[in-house]
Design a protein around this ligand. Structure first.
Ligand SMILES: [Mg+2]
Length: 265
């Protein structure tokens, strides 16, 4: 079931009507009893023109530290970034981490789960780097067990990027899936997604027994919304209206940051 969810497409989403109120109204007004799962790019942080150009404001980092304390550590960042980069972006944040859309997880006890890089993946990345040499402005991001081609700066190459990534994934067979996102096509190991990560974290303290609340902005977050909904939790989509499984919506990452601040200040 969750393997099928890993390649969720926009057209497969039932057009929903998440509740959207001004600002962050409609979101819980206190963190008590919640287990909070936050996507990073486009949710906590505004999307940058290049994937390496994002900045984490000190104020947000401090608010997240307070939020981790207020939730008894039942806080997780669930991102397409890898664990190493998440740790650099959010240094010493006492929370759990899920990287590469759920392929890597660092649990509250410090243990982690990851899939090693394979020779086939090395060859696939080389294939993409060679192809991208023909596409000025397309940024290849090598994340370890996954890799991505970003065309935000070169939208004319969107279909060429898409076609090449599908071809590369075909060579990798059923071990890999293609993940589409905002101006990005990614290839990552199959069998794991943000929904499986949320469910894995929810099985043990300090998450177990709390109500999951998942917030995200992109297609890859839909698996996390489905998992949270299935556990009687809350799901919040950030961004302009679009078909989604989320039950609540806010407009911008600034709304999410203001909501976090309201919980901890
Ligand atoms: Mg995002």
């Amino acid at each position: 079931m969750f393997d099928a969810m890993t390649d969720i497409q926009e057209t497969e989403l039932v057009p929903g009507a998440p509740v959207r109120l001004p600002g962050y109204a409609g979101l819980p007004s206190a963190p008590d009893g919640l287990a909070i799962f936050l996507d990073v790019d486009g949710t906590l942080l505004d999307i940058a023109p290049r994937p390496d150009a994002i900045v984490v404001p000190d104020r947000l980092l401090e608010d997240l530290r307070l939020l981790a304390a207020r939730t008894g550590g039942a806080l997780a960042l669930v991102s397409g970034r890898n664990l190493a980069l998440l740790k650099r972006l959010f240094p010493d944040l006492p929370c759990s981490l899920a990287g590469l859309h759920g392929v890597e997880i660092e649990f509250p006890d410090g243990t982690s789960f990851a899939i090693p890089r394979s020779d086939e993946l090395d060859a696939a990345v080389r294939d993409l780097v060679l192809a991208a040499a023909q596409w000025p402005g397309v940024v290849v991001e090598d994340k370890g067990a996954a890799f991505a081609a970003h065309y935000r700066l070169a939208p004319d190459f969107a279909s060429a990027v898409e076609a090449r990534m599908v071809k590369i994934a075909e060579k990798l067979g059923d071990k890999a899936i293609v993940q589409r996102g905002k101006s990005v096509v990614e290839i990552r190991p199959s069998g794991h997604d943000k929904g499986t990560a949320l469910k894995a974290l929810m099985t043990s303290p300090p998450f177990a027994g709390r109500q999951p609340l998942a917030i995200g902005d992109d297609l890859t977050d839909e698996a996390m919304f489905e998992a949270a909904n299935g556990l009687d939790g809350l799901s919040v989509r950030v961004g302009e209206p679009r078909a989604t499984l989320a039950r609540l919506a806010v407009s911008t990452p600034a709304d999410v940051r203001s909501w976090i601040r309201s919980l901890v200040r």
